[in-house]
Ligand binder design. Structure first.
Ligand code: ADP
Length: 713
């Protein structure tokens, strides 16, 4: 699956959101921050313009007073629009007329305005008017103000009169005006500001914000004082909405700049995120999806070699690589296990078919054979093959029981020397045909009696020595038995089995303890075995808190070392003593055998026959009950799994119906040989357990144990 690029899109949205929010907040903050600043600036500006204009008007105060007085009288005739461009013309006009009137005089120094002819006076004041008007207009235009004008204040009437006015925006047709008589008619109480300013000759310092007929304005009134007397006010105004527009424009510009900067920074940030983070995540996800589709294990290397850095993404990548590697190990194990199983099946098939071949072929021959000696030989071989099969089947059962944790260690007191001698003795039979010497060295200091699981230790010894015998063609098999003291009353039993056999390769040391595994199986083909012996051995040793080690040189030989903790005992239990080989005979014993399988009945009947016993054989629970009704038996061998009524049920009915049977031993006679079945049947009330396939010796042991003494012999 290809990466969807969703992550970078989400980052982009997040960054875009961040930019928009930042810009909005900045806009609001900037707007309010600028508002005060700009208002103050605007106010400062109109104050400055007012001061500038007053200074201009006061360049020649007397001249300005003359001009004012002249216009007080002549304003009506002079209320004419004034073209600023004509200002120069008016000045030239006056001077050229003046020169022709007074060819030998300079105006400023020599001629009093009052003495000039009226025509010349008129020209002069027109020129002055236009000059002042132009100054107001210049100031207005230069500072971008909507209004600049001069208010003439009349002390008597409280009226104020416009005198000079810059361009009025709403009066487009009359761009420049001389106003005289356009007056405020408000009473002083309603126009305290002007009134007070006019009287005191002090500039009203706080710029006045008011709503007048030309809109919302900030107005500054600067008094014009000549000879200590306030003659008028220079008014400079600025429109509030103009200030606001200015602030907005400025804010927008700032935000635009900020936005551009943020967008560039965001781009860089996203680029860095994409390059440093998302690229690595994409790489990892590509590797994972490649792995998912190809199952190629070089993904681990691809991930390990990629420069993931040393942050969380790297941890994720390395953990993923670990996981894939674990998966690889696990898959290999699964494949190996499958291989083991199929090898095992093939092997098992071989191991079971070989004795089966003998049983099937030889039994057919035995039936046809007339010669009793040959017949006996066949039957002996059949018996040996059947016993081999029994070992295989027991091994499988044993192993599954151990694996399921159902095997418990049952300690008994036993004679350790005797046990080892018996095992070695039995196994040296297998060496008869081979030039192999069997050596047994038992340390004289080993305590004679030990306490431990006799049967399992015997099994362990049997497996390890058995393997040594099996895999050695010539040379020797040497068994050393020693011990080391652990504490008072406890030793470690040390068993060392060395052979000069085929040896085991180092890499196979672990494998030989695996279940169903036979190493080097081609070379070992002639050696029989299920591959379960050492697996069982190792697990049993572990169960007893012991250790097993192997050391071998391939082609030279192997040494197995086993150490098992054992307690020291005073003597051996009777169980371990081999029974006296006196012949067992019980012709008077009354035995009932219950089994739904006629072959099993036949086997039991035949084996019992060896001891002179003639049993009653029945093939169901119901028949068993009936038989018990008719006769009393000394012992009952009861199959467990039978149709309709099973062995336990039959037993319960018999014991309930016929109280005498409460004390008669009823022995479970079953092919279900696992430990659990044994416990179950004993718990149900069976007195003992006889597992099928059954041998003469097993039957003998049971009979010896349970038959009344007077019936034996
Ligand atoms: P098996 O029933 O095949 O003997 P084991 O579990 O006892 O199974 O042994 C597993 C394998 O270990 C054997 O098949 C053999 O390859 C190897 N092995 C065990 N003991 C020896 C030994 N003494 N010498 C050489 N190989 C051995």
């Amino acid at each position: 699956m290809k990466p969807k690029k969703k992550l970078i899109r989400q980052y982009t949205y997040a960054v875009a959101f961040f930019v928009v929010v930042t810009m909005t907040i900045s806009a609001i903050v900037t707007y309010f921050a600028q508002m005060n600043q700009y208002k103050e600036l605007a106010k400062d500006r109109i104050r400055a313009v007012g001061d500038g204009l007053v200074a201009k008007l006061l360049e020649d105060p007397q001249d300005f007073l003359d001009y004012m007085n002249y216009y007080k009288d002549h304003y009506e005739e002079l209320r004419i629009p004034c073209d600023f461009d004509e200002c120069i013309t008016a000045r030239d006009k006056f001077f050229s007329e003046f020169r022709s009137e007074y060819p030998d005089k300079t105006f400023r120094l020599t001629v009093d305005k009052d003495e000039m002819p009226e025509r010349l006076q008129n020209l002069y004041y027109t020129y002055r008017h236009e000059y002042f008007l132009l100054e107001f207009e210049k100031a207005r235009e230069a500072y971008g103000l909507p209004y600049t004008y001069f208010l003439l204040c009349d002390d008597e009437s409280h009226y104020t009169t416009y005198m000079i006015d810059g361009e009025r925006t709403e009066d487009k047709n009359h761009p420049g005006y001389l106003y005289m008589g356009d007056s405020y008619y408000e009473e002083p109480s309603e126009h305290t500001l002007l009134w007070n300013t006019y009287h005191n000759g002090i500039r009203y310092d706080d710029v006045y914000e008011w709503d007048n007929r030309w809109g919302n304005t900030y107005s500054c009134y600067t008094p014009l004082v000549i000879d200590g007397e306030c003659v008028g006010l220079v008014v400079t105004e600025i429109s509030v909405s103009d200030v606001n527009t200015m602030i907005l424009k400025n804010t927008a510009l700032l935000i635009l700049q900020l936005g551009t900067l943020l967008t560039i920074l965001s781009g860089v940030l996203l680029f860095v995120i994409n390059r440093n983070h998302i690229k690595r995540i994409d790489h990892l996800s590509e590797q994972i999806s490649d792995f998912a589709s190809t199952r190629a294990y070089d993904t681990v290397d691809a991930i390990r070699q990629y420069p993931y850095g040393d942050d969380e993404i790297n941890t994720l990548a390395q953990n993923t690589a670990d996981m894939i590697r674990d998966l690889q190990v696990h898959e290999a194990k699964v494949a190996q296990a499958a291989q083991f199983k199929s090898d095992f099946l093939a092997n098992m098939s071989h191991e079971i078919r070989t004795p089966m071949n003998a049983i099937v072929g030889l039994s057919e021959m035995a039936v046809k054979e007339e010669d009793p000696d040959k017949k006996k030989e066949y039957i002996n071989k059949i018996n040996s093959a059947a016993n081999t099969m029994l070992v295989i089947i027991s091994d499988i059962l044993d192993f599954t029981q151990i694996e399921a944790g159902r095997v418990e260690i049952v300690p008994v007191d036993y004679d350790v020397r005797k046990m080892v001698q018996e095992v070695v003795g039995a196994l040296s039979m297998g060496l008869k045909a081979k030039p192999v010497k069997m050596n047994l060295n038992i340390s004289p200091s080993i305590p004679q009696f030990l306490c431990g699981d006799y049967a399992r230790i015997r099994q362990i010894l049997g497996n390890v020595i058995g393997n040594a015998v099996k895999f050695t063609k010539e040379g020797s098999v040497t068994i050393n038995l020693d011990h080391e003291s652990v504490s008072d009353g406890e030793i470690n039993l040390k068993i060392r089995v060395a052979d000069t056999g085929i040896g085991i390769m180092k890499q196979d040391y672990d494998m030989i303890f695996e279940s169903f595994s036979q190493v080097d199986s081609k070379r070992n083909r002639e050696a029989e075995g299920t591959g379960l012996g050492l697996a069982i051995t190792q697990r049993l040793v572990k169960l007893m808190n012991g250790t097993i080690e192997v050391e071998s040189e391939y082609g030279v030989g192997s040494v197995f070392r086993i150490s098992i903790p054992q307690k020291i005992a005073e003597s051996a239990d009777d169980k371990q003593e081999t029974p006296a080989p006196e012949k067992f005979h019980a012709p008077s014993a009354a035995v009932l055998v219950v089994d739904d399988n006629s072959v099993n009945l036949f086997v039991a009947k035949s084996l019992l026959g060896m001891f002179g016993i003639e049993p009653t054989c029945v093939s169901s629970g119901e028949q068993a009950i009936k038989a018990c009704e008719n006769r009393s038996y000394d012992i009952i061998l009861m199959d467990h799994m039978m149709p309709k009524m099973d062995g336990v049920e039959a037993m319960n009915i018999i014991r309930e119906k016929f109280p005498a049977y409460k004390s008669v031993p009823i022995i479970a006679f079953t092919a279900n040989a696992v430990e659990e079945a044994r416990d179950l049947l004993l718990n149900e009330g069976m007195d003992d357990f006889l597992a099928k396939p059954v041998k003469g010796s097993d039957i003998e042991a049971i009979m010896r144990k349970w038959l009344p003494k007077e019936k034996i012999g």
